[in-house]
Design a protein around this ligand. Structure first.
Ligand SMILES: Nc1nc2c(ncn2[C@@H]2O[C@H](COP(=O)(O)OP(=O)(O)O)[C@@H](O)[C@H]2O)c(=O)[nH]1
Ligand SMILES: [Mg+2]
Length: 350
């Protein structure tokens, strides 16, 4: 076996399957591309993406890539997704469709829920997980109260943040990202990595070159949907910034406790304000890159937390993290917010 960097996506070491190299063509489902204007560029997909029949029946399949600098919260997001699904109202069921994806779910939940710890850093490489999600989407009609039963399968890619800086042009990460229906971008405005992240344009330019399909149309934007997640929104500094800008509303949790939240309609404005507050122009660069490479109607913003607030103290003591020597641990159970929502939005056809 050779390493993931050469051979493409493998399973996360966190699942205990570091040595298991996925057969890449088995992981990519039928080519369901979101509805989009006819002129839009379609990713130029590598030949092996076509090995599975496009007519294959079963639930709709989506490919999603997590993208962001090191330590921006990608793996925690993935780890919290199962809990977020189970805590949704009504709950979603999430099941691994391969042994190693199932094992990742079990271990991930055991880490953040059972041991109240954060998952370890992701090794260099590209890791794919296959899951089936079943649940209810809100009814669309005005007076319709019941939800709409929904089921979709998902392949999600996680990769070490360093990959976006140093992946070889021949890395399998690029064709996978180019073939994705949606991307989740992790924006952690407090991280030194985000403040010096000048690789956003480089990543997007590479993707754009792979997706370029309709030369001469003048539109050089990517076909992907993009969920921009303001990561770690539970942090007191982030909530304080939202409060300063008058963007905090209170929502009542299932136990009747009011908890602060940024309303989804305000998340883009909050992102803008956070970009403005970043030193050295990094925020401006990230904002420019998003506008340059994605169609505005295919971008949505979320203030996200994989761990949520600590709920067993006073309203001014909500931080769910404690320092344990040099490492950080969770203080109480996780209550992720805006973790399932970006995925549900990305899987929707428009
Ligand atoms: N407060 C808070 N910290 C988080 C959250 N998600 C991740 N972190 C912290 O950020 C670190 C890096 O997260 P990780 O998911 O491994 O980042 P990745 O490199 O992008 O995969 C974790 O070890 C946690 O300390 C979150 O939602 N809230
Ligand atoms: Mg990681």
């Amino acid at each position: 076996m050779t390493g993931p960097a050469q051979n493409g996506p493998t399973h996360n070491e966190f699942s205990g399957h570091a040595r298991e190299v996925f057969q890449f063509q088995n992981l990519v489902g039928p080519l369901n591309v979101f509805n989009a204007p006819a002129a839009r560029a379609t990713p130029r997909r590598p030949r092996f993406f076509f090995k599975r029949a496009a007519s294959e029946s079963g639930p709709v399949h989506r490919r999603i890539g997590l993208w962001g600098p090191a330590a921006s919260g990608k793996t925690c997001f993935l780890t919290a997704l199962n809990v977020a699904a189970a805590q949704a109202s009504p709950p979603w069921a999430m099941a691994g469709t391969t042994d190693s994806s199932r094992e990742f779910l079990t271990r991930a939940t055991a880490t953040m829920v059972g041991s109240r710890s954060f998952p370890g850093g992701t090794s260099t490489g590209t890791y794919l997980y296959d899951w089936l999600l079943t649940g209810e989407l809100p009814g669309r009609r005005l007076l319709r109260r019941t939800g709409v039963r929904s089921e979709f399968s998902l392949t999600i890619m996680d990769a070490a943040g360093e990959n976006f800086v140093s992946a070889s042009p021949r890395s399998e990460m690029w064709p996978y990202l180019a073939s994705c229906d949606g991307l989740v971008y992790f924006f952690d405005p407090l991280s030194p990595c985000a403040a010096s992240d000048h690789t956003v344009l480089w990543t997007l330019d590479r993707l754009e070159a792979m997706c370029r399909h309709n030369p001469g149309t003048g539109d050089r934007r990517l076909p992907h949907k993009l969920a921009v997640c303001i990561a770690k929104a539970d942090k007191p500094e982030i909530m304080a910034a939202a409060r300063r800008h008058g963007l905090v509303k209170f929502v009542v949790d299932p136990t009747g406790r009011p908890l602060p939240a940024v309303h989804p309609d305000d998340a883009e404005r909050f992102f803008d304000l956070l970009c403005d507050s970043m030193a050295n122009g990094s925020g401006e660069l990230i904002r420019h890159a998003i506008r340059r490479y994605f169609r505005p109607e295919r971008v949505r913003y979320f203030a996200t937390s994989s761990i949520g607030f600590y709920q067993d103290s006073t309203p001014d003591d909500l931080y769910n993290v404690v320092r344990d020597g040099t490492s950080a641990r969770l203080r109480g159970p996780i209550r992720p917010f805006n973790v399932l929502e970006p995925i549900l939005w990305l899987q929707a056809p428009k």
